[in-house]
Design a protein around this ligand. Structure first.
Ligand code: ADP
Length: 273
């Protein structure tokens, strides 16, 4: 697959959480989290259930709002926006106010997501599912979007299914459509949230293989939450071990998986293996 558009003009930093706290009532899910993901970096979040991993992805999808702190994407404020009379806030020191819905809608376009449940439109063909968002959100020409959608469906191994209804496909095939649909939006950042956990075991490999291809053939920044440690090892530059809303340990994938430095990481890895 061709590389996405030239990003040399962009900052080296794809995502930065600056002392981000997320609370639901008295329950602190993320506690003053500092996290930086470089442009093109592949980072996997691991850790016990309830440790805050999905919340990080939901904040980036603008499904949740931070309680405190600021999220930056591509070197610009994301959870916040420049307030009246402030600087552009690019260095994080400007006069920032919580982002408006309109600002968030604009900024989240560069972020794609693949969920555990694929949520394809059942009344549309596979091709139409992939064409829909580029035409309606990015205002791409429908014919050009269809050419690209066919390319992407070819890349995920579904060239012969373009006219099928999603309900006729296996779970693994539907998830591959969902990956093509996310890529059709030309994301700079792709969030993968437990993309194989709703699949029958025999369908997991085909989805992970497609994602390995995406990692190999594109320069998209990947932020994954997964319990598939083999996949995490293959695609990740870095793995972050979470517990109770904080990063317990961070390291190169092979180092962290083979020689975890923290007791909680060791306990978690022995439980999932
Ligand atoms: P993980 O992905 O690591 O399993 P999550 O980020 O999904 O963890 O959840 C972290 C914590 O936040 C959990 O204790 C969960 O119950 C809580 N949580 C998530 N969403 C909500 C919500 N909408 N209201 C209250 N608590 C929530």
């Amino acid at each position: 697959m061709p590389k996405e558009h030239d990003r040399d003009e962009q900052p080296a930093e794809a995502v930065r959480f600056d002392r981000v706290t997320k609370r639901y009532g008295d329950h602190t899910v993320l506690d003053g989290l500092d996290l930086t993901v470089g442009r093109g970096e592949r980072v996997t979040l691991i850790g016990p259930s309830g440790s805050g991993k999905t919340t990080i992805l939901r904040l980036l999808m603008t499904l949740e709002r931070v309680t405190e702190g600021v999220i930056h994407v591509a070197g610009r404020p994301f959870s916040h926006m420049p307030g009246a009379g402030g600087s552009d806030g690019a260095d994080g020191s400007g006069n920032l106010v919580p982002a408006s819905e309109r600002y968030l809608a604009e900024r989240r376009r560069g972020i794609g997501m693949v969920f555990q449940h694929f949520n394809l439109f059942p009344h549309m063909s596979v091709l139409e599912n992939v064409v829909e968002a580029p035409v309606h959100v990015l205002k791409e020409d429908r014919d050009e979007a269809a050419v690209r959608a066919r390319e992407l469906l070819g890349m995920v191994g579904l060239a012969d299914k373009v006219d099928a209804r999603p309900t006729r496909l296996s779970g693994g095939q539907q998830q591959r459509v969902a990956i093509a649909r996310a890529l059709a939006m030309r994301p700079e950042i792709l969030l993968l949230d437990e993309v194989t956990s709703a699949l029958d075991p025999e369908l997991v490999a085909e989805v992970l293989d497609v994602l390995r291809d995406v990692a190999r053939d594109t320069d998209i920044t990947l932020l994954c939450v997964t319990h598939e440690m083999g996949f995490a090892r293959d695609v990740s530059d870095r793995i972050l071990m979470f517990d109770r809303g904080t990063i317990v340990e961070s390291g190169r994938a092979d180092e962290l998986l083979d020689a975890p430095g923290h007791e909680r990481t060791r306990a978690f890895l022995s439980a999932v293996r």
